[in-house]
Design a protein around this ligand. Structure first.
Ligand SMILES: [Mg+2]
Length: 162
């Protein structure tokens, strides 16, 4: 698998990520994908478990920023409820919004990690910028029809990487 598509780390969910460990390894900021990474695809509600996770990550000294390819009132509302800034319409794997997230968090590429559920948007974008990339399993099977097709390619590539 091309190195730009290889996540630094793979976990089942954000809840398996050792946020204190990230901070101990010099990470100061974490870019969060929204749909199917921190909430199920299209979700309007922030689970209490996520609120607690965010509190824990902040407690570990991590700055947070949501960077989503989606947008609209739903993302803005979730951002408000969670108290985490969100950059929307990000067009990942393009790097522009990711760079803006670094500027917002006051971090550099080598002190930033990105957590996402998709290889060709999240992992590719993060790797292109030199971030640590953490790939999680999608929280729900529901997504755009195009994404479902891309998943087939993802599965083949991830199987080859094991
Ligand atoms: Mg996603």
């Amino acid at each position: 698998m091309h190195r730009w598509l290889r996540p630094t780390l793979r976990t089942d969910s954000i809840y398996d990520i050792d946020v204190e460990g990230l901070a101990a390894r010099g990470i100061r900021g974490v870019i969060l994908d929204l749909d199917n990474t921190i909430v199920p695809w299209g979700a309007h509600e922030a689970p209490q478990m996520l609120v607690a996770w965010i509190r824990r990550a902040r407690g570990a000294g991590l700055a947070l920023c949501i960077v989503s390819n989606n947008g609209g009132d739903r993302v803005a509302a979730l951002s408000g409820v969670l108290g985490v800034p969100a950059l929307t319409g990000a067009m990942k794997p393009r790097r522009r919004a990711l760079r803006r997230a670094l500027a917002l968090m006051g971090t550099t590429a080598d002190t930033t990690a990105l957590i996402g559920d998709q290889l060709f948007t999240d992992v590719l974008g993060g790797n292109r910028l030199g971030l640590q990339t953490i790939l999680v399993r999608p929280q729900s099977a529901q997504e755009y029809p195009l994404t479902r097709l891309v998943r087939i390619v993802e599965r083949i590539m991830l199987r080859g990487a094991q």
